[in-house]
Design a protein around this ligand. Structure first.
Ligand code: SF4
Length: 61
């Protein structure tokens, strides 16, 4: 995700707390190195689709 674009709605954290953390202002950071376990891929895409700032993107490996 791009911290320059994040405006702190914390939607990603609300949807997938396994993948995102938020600070006191609701600004998001990625948990760990950002690797998404297979079991969380659907929820990760949900977070991408629900970020109003388009701050989250999937990077193909
Ligand atoms: S949903 Fe998007 S804008 Fe909101 S906290 Fe998450 S990354 Fe930031």
């Amino acid at each position: 995700m791009d911290p320059e674009k994040c405006e702190g709605h914390a939607r990603c954290y609300g949807l997938v707390p396994e993948l995102f953390d938020v600070d006191d202002y609701g600004l998001s950071t990625v948990v760990g190195d950002g690797t998404v376990p297979v079991a969380l891929e659907v929820k990760a895409r949900l977070a991408i689709a629900n970020c109003p700032e388009y701050a989250i993107e999937e990077i193909a490996d």
